[in-house]
Design a protein around this ligand. Structure first.
Ligand code: ADP
Ligand code: MG
Length: 599
């Protein structure tokens, strides 16, 4: 079984490839909106430069020459410039936010869709935290970087160009001087950038770990309390959170060096300009207005230049996140319809497993299992825990791919039919019950959303669930809480049985479906399941042997091998493994059938 690269693997895809992919798949389709935003950005850039330019007439005409006629004109020009700049800035901001949020939403939907379609095996080596980080925080990080980069490239760059034009217009010698001095200030950013990137990706990996740790402990809260491990978990959390703190702090510290260095170098440059420009003004070769206009342009250029210098850092951080996100988007299910797969035409759902070998990764679980369940009959799987019973059941809906051998339904290899049609014909009830935080009604109708109220209620009656449902505060409209937490284990199990009954599929797989029930409700549900199994092909795994005594064939599994097969009576007569297990159980517990008969 080949798994995709885990999201946290720090293998680095070349920058250009990630950038190209981001552009092609996510950014370019918003080109029209971004062009409009770019137009607004151009206005921001031009008005910023106009403001710097206007400093000259303000000083020279109004303050030095005291020219009254230009007072009004320049004031109005100033108002227009600021008004335009404000509106344009608002426009580009709104558009860019919208586009980048939209990109985030698109990516999140895609990641979720990929994950939900991934193989079961994929989820076994992933923590929930890792997957949620892939959908949420990584995508945010990516958006932040992409938005800053795009805005930086357009707005800051254009602003800089316009301001440099003003500087050249006012004094080209000074402009040339600053042109050489200022870019030096950007040097440290480039040098420190790589370090920042490496540290940031370590910090993010740790964040995933912390998220995973927390979600695990909150889910297991009952056991933490039962074993009195609150302090222990708090301590473990403290260690993780401290580690996270250290990693984030190191990232920030590396980043924090950049600003002061730039400021100091920038200050030196300004000092040089003042020295030179001041002497020019004193000598009368340039006007006070021109000098201050130049200085204004220079100071205004500082922020966009800083942004541009940081661009690479932002971009690298975003690309690291993008890479993690893409690693998830690229997960391909290995179990999928083969070319030309046809819909399974189930006549009656006979199941055959022929010499099936299977391993979870490198751990073998089944060794040449052969099981035959003729249409409409019931086969039971028994055996110690870990014998491979659930594994056998998992192979029928093709949750996993057999290593060797074949699983067929009505003679069709499960690998040759569409997965959707195969699973449509199967209802599964297992020990772990999945309920969603929705109403009882919606949970029962999960496998058949179009079912009407009568059908739902009748399924609930058959599953011995109707009475307790009616006793709930809102009956069928009661919301069951996350994972059905507001219900008891037995109630949850009965809802999942009702769900299977409503599904009305020709093949029924029961994996310790009644093991969470008390003996009273187990008896009720057992009868419901017996009714349900009638006329269907059923494979049942049961812990209590008395519940499967009338199965057509009983398979005894041991360490991935079928060691005995036959009817209850045949197996008892053999006096083998089954007879031993049965003997052990009947002395341990009263036979429910006998209890029901009032003995
Ligand atoms: N998802 C899994 N990943 C790795 N090993 C597994 C997985 N599920 C089950 N196993 C292993 O496969 C063997 C058979 O498990 P299973 O079929 O669940 O047993 P049973 O249902 O009979 O108790 C066991 O050794 C178990 O540890
Ligand atoms: Mg099992």
């Amino acid at each position: 079984m080949t798994l995709q690269t885990p999201a946290t693997t720090p293998t680095h895809t070349p920058t250009q490839i990630i950038v190209r992919r981001l552009l092609r798949e996510h950014i370019l389709r918003y080109l029209p909106q971004m062009l409009v935003a770019g137009l607004f950005m151009a206005v921001v850039a031009a008005t910023t430069a106009a403001y710097a330019y206007l400093v000259q007439p303000i000083l020279d005409d109004i303050f030095i020459n005291k020219d009254e006629s230009s007072l009004m004109a320049i004031t109005i020009a100033m108002l227009v410039v600021f008004g335009l700049k404000g509106m344009a800035d608002y426009g580009q901001n709104v558009i860019m936010s919208r586009v980048s949020m939209r990109i985030v939403a698109d990516i999140r939907q895609r990641v979720y869709q990929t994950l939900i379609n991934a193989d079961l095996a994929f989820f076994q080596d992933k923590s929930t935290g890792e997957l949620i980080a892939g959908c949420m925080s990584n995508v945010d990080l990516m958006r932040d970087a992409v938005a800053k980069t795009l805005t930086g490239l357009a707005k800051d760059f254009m602003t800089l160009v316009f301001l440099v034009a003003v500087m050249f217009y006012q004094d080209w010698v000074m402009a040339v001087v600053s042109f050489f001095v200022f870019p030096l200030a950007a040097l440290p950013t480039v040098l420190i950038g790589r370090k920042v990137r490496k540290r940031a990706s370590r910090a993010w990996a740790e964040l995933e770990q912390v998220t995973a740790f927390m979600s695990e402990t909150f889910r297991g809260i009952r056991f933490i309390k039962a074993y009195g491990q609150e302090d222990h978990e708090t301590e473990r959390a403290r260690e993780r959170i401290d580690e996270l703190f250290m990693r984030i702090f190191k990232t920030m510290r590396a980043k924090a060096v950049i600003s002061p260095i730039m400021e100091i170098l920038g200050g030196c440059a300004v000092a040089v300009i003042i020295l030179y420009g001041g002497s020019q003004v004193i000598a009368g070769t340039t006007t006070t207005g021109a000098f201050f206009s130049f200085m204004t342009a220079l100071l205004l250029a500082y922020q966009p230049m800083k942004n541009l210098a940081k661009l690479n850092n932002n971009l690298q951080e975003g690309l690291a996140a993008a890479q993690r996100v893409f690693a998830l988007i690229d997960v391909e299910p290995t179990i999928r319809d083969r070319d030309g797969a046809v819909d399974l035409a189930v006549a009656d759902g006979a199941i055959r497993m022929e010499n099936v070998h299977f391993a979870y990764g490198d751990a073998p679980a089944l060794h040449g299992v052969t099981i035959e369940v003729p249409a409409g009959t019931t086969a039971a799987l028994v055996g110690a825990s870990g014998a491979g019973k659930s594994t056998v059941l998992n192979l029928i809906p093709r949750f996993y791919e057999v290593g060797d051998g074949a699983v067929t339904v009505d003679g069709a290899d499960v690998r040759d039919v569409t997965i959707a049609s195969l699973r449509r014909n199967i209802a599964l009830v297992s020990q772990e019950v999945a309920l969603f935080n929705d109403t009882v009604r919606a949970n029962i109708a999960y496998g058949r959303p179009d079912a009407n109220d009568q059908e739902i209620e009748s399924a609930a009656r058959d599953a011995a669930a109707h009475d307790f449902i009616m006793a709930l505060p809102d009956g069928y409209d009661t919301v069951v809480g996350e994972s059905g937490l507001k219900l008891s284990g037995g109630q949850r199990q009965r809802l999942s049985i009702a769900r299977a009954i409503l599904r009305d599929a020709p093949i029924l797989l029961l994996d310790e479906a009644t093991s969470a029930l008390d003996s009273q409700s187990e008896r009720e549900v057992q009868q419901a399941l017996a009714r349900l199994a009638k006329g269907r092909t059923t494979v049942v795994v049961a812990h209590r042997l008395s519940t499967i005594a009338d199965a057509d064939t009983i398979y005894v599994l041991d360490q991935g091998h079928v060691v005995e097969a036959g009817s209850h009576a045949e197996l008892l007569a053999r006096r083998g493994a089954y007879a031993q297990m049965y003997a052990l159980q009947v002395v341990d517990e009263p036979d429910p059938a006998a209890v029901a008969a009032g003995e």
